[in-house]
Write a protein that binds this ligand. Sequence first.
Ligand code: IMP
Ligand code: MG
Length: 180
Amino acid sequence: MLEMKTKLPFELLIDQEKIHKRVSEMAEEITREYSEKTPVFVGVLKGCLIFMADLIRQLNFPLEIEFISAASYRKGTDSADYLVLGGASTTELKDRHVIIVEGIIDSGRTAEAIISHLKLMEPASLELVTLLDKPGSHRNRLDIKQIGFSIGNEFVIGYGLDNTQKFRNLPYIGRVLDEK
Ligand code: IMP
Ligand code: MG
């Protein structure tokens, strides 16, 4: 296992073998449904990076990729978070079969905002897949087509996911330990 030179205490949560096996299963399911549809995978930056790269390399039918970025900001302590979506889409999504690819869903706000935004482009279908989900944290009911792993309300890093922009290069998923 790769040791990271860090002072952030974390432990292994999901190893590379488990991730690989689950991503392959997800790819099989996507293949069953989309192999004749030339879907557009819209990755949510930056957390989708490794998951999407691994997922699409398990698919052997025509597909396209696109990216969207989402950043959330908190104004003070009381006011609600707001989200800024970015990323110039060069692909026309109208009448296309679109699959949103997320690294992790927590409150679900990011996914909700992206879904509303992409719906305006009138895709033929719009589904959401995520490697990780924290079902206990969702703010509203969210329709997720495929979930790699459901986890508890804990903070995880690695395989594309960050802690203050670091640790995305960790090849497995780690759980950050509470600092005592
Ligand atoms: P949301 O609350 O579902 O909108 O999630 C917002 C974003 O927070 C996600 O897309 C991730 O970028 C980030 N996030 C939430 N939980 C974690 C975590 O455990 N590790 C790393 N990033 C996280
Ligand atoms: Mg982050």
